[in-house]
Design a protein. Structure first.
Lengths: 281, 370
């Protein structure tokens, strides 16, 4: 048996947090400087390491920005556990973190060229879809009509509020926002973001859907998309699980026979249909 | 059924127990500084580790295995220990990285690893388990890859009598070996040992040890024993295809899995003793001037498997109980390019503190669709 010499895949890049943007009461976007050229596809993720605590898988929430010898990457992080809490409490502009990646497959940006795109995002699920919007904006001629459906429990929890309006000036792009509950001054839809699927005007023969959000929201989104007439193979979802390695060796992100970290996190619905409705698989 | 003609293409040699010592001696001369790894007795307890001589090996004991039960008695039919080659290749706890507080790597190499290892006397089930681990980890997991590449030769001991918990003939992983080994031997009785070569190194060893070709009678009794072992095991479970078909049809059968997992406590011992289970948790062990990123075996049957800060992807025990079974029989083949994740060693049953029998679960799943 021949074995190639293996570099340690767990080593990370030392990186500096250069800016922090407050998105919601429990959510920040961290702009991190990597001292090297770095590229990632929309929908891929990095493992972010905090000394003494551990690593968390966080998707890139913007396209990597190349600035000569270094690269800026964005990560939008909400407090859910120990590491994210540590990030929120102790990591600010000037802090160091470890970054390794990018991992996962990302959204099929090549494959969906020429198609009408419906983006369905719930809450923090907007983070991995934001680079899709930016990518489409940069390559507008490659894609058809774009519908962005984005909702949160309440308007305060919507991310990227400072730029959402700018999405409406991208040619041939429609933005529909929702809040689960009524709120003062809220002029958009009140109800679940998945309800908005009914209001989308698309050519079903040529449309694909990209979905990310809490698992329950994705389930309803898929039901509604199928009801609307989308085909199984035209729906893509980005999933999450307990992840420790990012490279398919720790086994903790298994979903059926898939490793979410390397076979996903983006899946074509028709590829995971047999598992998607099975609880705890 | 056993394909005897195929097996008989391999030339068999006969020797005595003491010839194993000569095999070791030859390997010592051939590979300077070699370390032998295998099942051994340590304070009369079987473990997996470094063997210095034949006397370290469990050659004068037999194991009695039943669900939740293991005992050693005088004999010459040692099957296996709770520990498998996984203990060496992917240790229960291994450092993957050392980091200083300013995010510098302290020392990401581990030079203390042995660089020439011979797996000595491991069983066919465990050889197949190594192939499974290879398919998942090699070239990806740094520690596994390094340790696996240190293995320069594999010497197999074939079982001629299965333990009560064994079913390797069902999973197609034993008791005889067909490929992936250098030398294999089987104990015909207390002293007579049958040898066969699986590589040119194996042929070299047989020649160097001066082994004679087995006589007709020995060949016959070897194949008879293999056939007997296989037929004993074949009655213990339905055919693999039938098991897999039944599992596929019951993936979503919540009621069935709840019933099957009623006596499971979710302790994870089955995972730890399983020679193909590879899941690890990665934690930080902070010391004075650095932290060690440490991989620890984790177990899909324990509560934390699937637990995330924001919720739980495998909340109920039945979900985790099911995952173990589905992974072994349905998912591994898709992850490894066709290798079954269960090698029929029966360890999960023997070392289940409550004596849950994997075979019983499989039989019940098959009965559900009959």
């Amino acid at each position: 048996m021949t074995l190639t010499k293996l570099e340690n895949p767990f080593t990370f890049k030392r990186a500096l947090v250069v800016n922090v943007v407050k998105e919601a009461p429990d959510t920040n976007t961290y702009i991190i400087k990597l001292n090297e050229p770095y590229t990632a596809n929309p929908g891929q993720f990095n493992m972010i390491y905090v000394y003494g605590l551990g690593e968390i898988p966080i998707s890139l929430s913007n396209l990597p920005e190349h600035r000569g010898t270094y690269t800026l990457v964005n990560h939008t992080i909400r407090i859910v556990g120990a590491v994210t809490r540590a990030v929120m409490l102790h990591v600010g502009a000037g802090s160091q973190v470890g970054v390794r990646g990018p991992y996962g497959n990302g959204w099929p940006m090549r494959e969906i060229e020429g198609r009408d795109i419906v983006i369905v995002a719930g809450g923090i699920g907007m983070a991995p879809l934001r680079p899709v919007i930016k990518y489409i904006e940069n390559h507008r001629e490659r894609y058809g009509r774009v519908n962005i459906l984005y909702g949160a429990r309440n308007p305060e929890l919507l991310l990227y509020k400072y730029e959402l309006n700018k999405y409406t000036v991208i040619p041939n792009t429609n933005l529909l926002l929702s809040s689960d509950i009524p709120a003062e001054g809220w002029l958009h839809y009140v109800g679940f973001v998945t309800d908005l699927i009914n209001y989308v005007d698309v050519d079903l023969k040529n449309a694909i859907a990209l979905v990310c959000g809490p698992e329950i929201m994705m389930k309803v989104a898929i039901k509604n998309l199928l009801k609307k007439g989308f085909k199984n193979e035209d729906i893509f979802i980005s999933m999450e699980r307990r992840m420790r390695c990012g490279i398919g060796v720790c086994g903790t992100c298994q979903f059926g026979h898939y490793f979410i970290c390397k076979d996903g996190p983006v899946f074509r619905y028709s590829d995971i249909e047999e598992y998607f409705w099975v609880e705890g698989i | 059924m056993i394909k005897v003609p195929k097996l008989q293409q391999v030339k068999l040699y006969a020797g005595k127990l003491s010839d194993l010592e000569r095999v070791m001696e030859y390997l010592r001369q051939r590979f300077n500084g070699v370390t032998f790894m295998g099942y051994k007795l340590q304070n009369s307890m079987p473990v997996f580790g470094e063997i210095n001589s034949l006397s370290d090996m469990p050659i004068r004991v037999s194991d009695i295995q039943r669900p939740g039960y293991y005992e050693l008695v005088a004999g010459y039919r040692f099957r296996l220990s709770y520990a498998s080659p996984k203990w060496y290749l992917l240790p229960p706890e291994h450092s993957i990285l050392k980091v200083s507080p300013d995010y510098e790597f302290v020392d990401s190499t581990n030079n203390s690893l042995a660089n020439k290892v011979v797996m000595f006397g491991i069983k066919s089930c465990d050889l197949n388990a190594i192939a499974v681990l290879d398919a998942i980890l090699i070239g990806k997991h740094p520690i596994y890859t390094k340790k696996r590449s240190s293995v320069i030769a594999i010497i197999i001991e074939e079982c001629l009598e299965p333990a009560e918990t064994c079913f390797c003939s069902i999973t197609g992983t034993g008791p005889t070996v067909l490929r992936g080994y250098d030398l294999a031997y089987a104990r015909l009785d207390e002293d007579i040992v049958i040898f066969k070569a699986g590589s040119t190194l194996g042929e070299e060893i047989i020649k160097a040890a001066g082994l004679r070709e087995a006589v007709q009678e020995q060949v016959k009794s070897y194949y008879n024993a293999v056939e007997r072992a296989m037929s004993i095991m074949s009655t213990r479970l339905p055919h693999l295809e039938e098991i897999q078909k039944a599992l596929r049809r019951n993936v979503i059968n919540e009621k069935l899995w709840k019933t099957l997992s009623e006596k499971c406590t979710g302790c994870g011992n089955c995972n730890y003793v399983c020679p193909t289970c590879f899941c690890v948790e990665i934690v930080d062990r902070v010391e004075e001037s650095y932290t060690t990123r440490t991989a620890l075996w984790t177990a899909c049957r324990t509560y934390t498997y699937g637990l995330v800060a924001g919720g739980h992807f495998r909340r109920d025990l039945y979900m985790r109980y099911k995952h173990f079974i589905l992974h072994k029989f349905l998912f591994y083949p898709k992850q490894t390019g066709g290798l079954l994740g269960c090698v029929g060693c029966g360890r999960c049953t023997t070392w289940c503190p409550l004596g849950l029998d994997l075979k019983e679960t499989l039989v019940k799943v098959v009965e559900e669709v009959r």
